[in-house]
Design a protein around this ligand. Structure first.
Ligand code: PLP
Length: 378
């Protein structure tokens, strides 16, 4: 029977499990994307987008995964001959660097070791030089389970006059992303993370300033064209129609729960996950002071690797977790607990982990991880 992808306890770091209401919304025959019915759907989505971002602004939906949203933003807001500052502390920070370098030739990249916080002090020093046009950073570094704290950086970015461009793909609808308080100029969200819609759409929020400074570097991802069309409840090209139908339902679910409600629930699940892991003597990979609330990255216990942990979870218990990326392959495993993940998912996952560790003679205190979860359930 196992693994059975249709029924798995599915806690990878995105895409995440999808609510049946969202799945049903997608099971629809083709509709005319230039007809009234679809325009009505697009209108509803347009009106619901501020629920996702927790702010109003210029907001677009792109057919394409999160990377499409990043490419749309960087290609239209960084400039050749003007300096871009990239802050990186994981796989997606490195990806930011790669994308930005396609569109800008004056790039300063400040990196921290994977799992450590971005170097805020060094970034502020660079900003004070006064020649940074745009600063690009990942809010929640999914690859290492670390949430960068942008609150100390934000005043310096504003003071310097740089554009503040943020990859919020695994942050939006998962951890706080106070767009207005931090003065963010662009935030990219992915459909398959905190929003719990299917993979394949990117949502982009832009400030007034970013909107006026858009100089699209690609045709398909021309944000101005997307925004102009969306204002008329339309899309410039044929959109991923079934995904738009799903997006509307996922946004309605978020509206019902409310954004603060989802953030609070995600945080409680993260706290339960960290406490349960601690009870199994599993250590966090990132600096614990900055552990992400949407994805928990844990070191594989000494002597146990992907085969013993993740493969066993999947094959014996139908629990799907995610491994490490790049140099962390085989060294860490990651538990996603965003979107519609729930306590039942954590209970099954940690019960299975206890069994695996118990069989390996590595279970410090049977039941302890489950007690930690139960103690935190509402
Ligand atoms: N940035 C972050 C922080 C991510 O977590 C991901 C995907 O997991 C991406 C970028 C890339 O997004 P996508 O795979 O949807 O293109």
């Amino acid at each position: 029977m196992n693994p059975d992808p249709e029924t798995a306890t599915f806690l990878i770091a995105g895409p995440v499990r999808i609510h049946p209401r969202v799945l049903r919304a997608m099971s629809f025959s083709s509709v005319n994307h230039r007809g009234d019915y679809f325009h009505g759907i697009v209108k509803e989505i347009r009106e619901l987008l501020p629920v996702l971002f927790g702010a109003r602004g210029h907001q677009a939906i792109l057919s394409g995964s999160g990377t499409a949203g990043l490419e749309a933003v960087y290609s239209s807001l960084v400039r050749r001959g003007e300096r871009t500052l990239v802050l990186a502390n994981g796989n997606f920070g490195d990806r930011t660097d790669q994308i930005v370098r396609r569109y800008c030739d004056v790039v300063t990249t400040l990196s921290a070791p994977w799992g450590q916080h971005i170097p805020v002090g060094r970034a502020i020093e660079e900003l004070e030089k006064g020649d940074v046009r745009a600063l690009c950073v990942v809010l929640n570094e999914t690859s290492v389970g670390l949430a960068n704290d942008l609150s100390k950086l934000a005043p310096a970015v504003r003071k310097s006059g740089a554009l503040f461009l943020v990859d919020g793909i695994s942050a939006v609808a998962g951890i706080p992303c106070p767009i207005e308080a931090w003065g963010l100029d662009a935030v990219v969200a992915g459909s398959q993370k905190g929003l719990a819609a299917p993979a394949g759409l990117a949502m982009v929020h832009l400030s007034d300033r970013a909107r006026t400074e858009l100089t699209p570097g690609t045709f398909y991802l021309d944000l101005a064209a997307h925004l102009d069309n969306l204002a008329k409840d339309d899309t410039p090209w044929t959109p991923a129609i079934p995904l738009f139908l799903a997006l509307r339902e996922a946004l309605l679910l978020l509206k019902e729960e409310t954004l603060p409600g989802r953030l609070a629930r995600t945080r409680r699940l993260a706290e339960g996950t960290r406490a349960a892991a601690g009870a199994l003597s599993l250590s966090l990979f990132p600096d614990p002071a900055h552990a992400s609330d949407t994805v928990t990255a844990l070191n594989n216990p000494t002597g146990l690797g992907d085969n013993e942990i993740r493969k066993a979870l999947l094959e014996h218990y139908n629990v799907a977790l995610q491994g490490g990326q790049g140099a962390l392959k085989g060294k860490i495993f990651r538990i996603g607990h965003m979107g519609i993940a729930d306590w039942s998912d954590l209970l099954v996952t940690f019960a299975a982990l206890e069994r695996i560790l118990g069989k390996a003679g590595r279970l410090p205190k049977p039941g302890a991880s489950l007690s930690e979860i139960v103690a935190r359930m509402p």
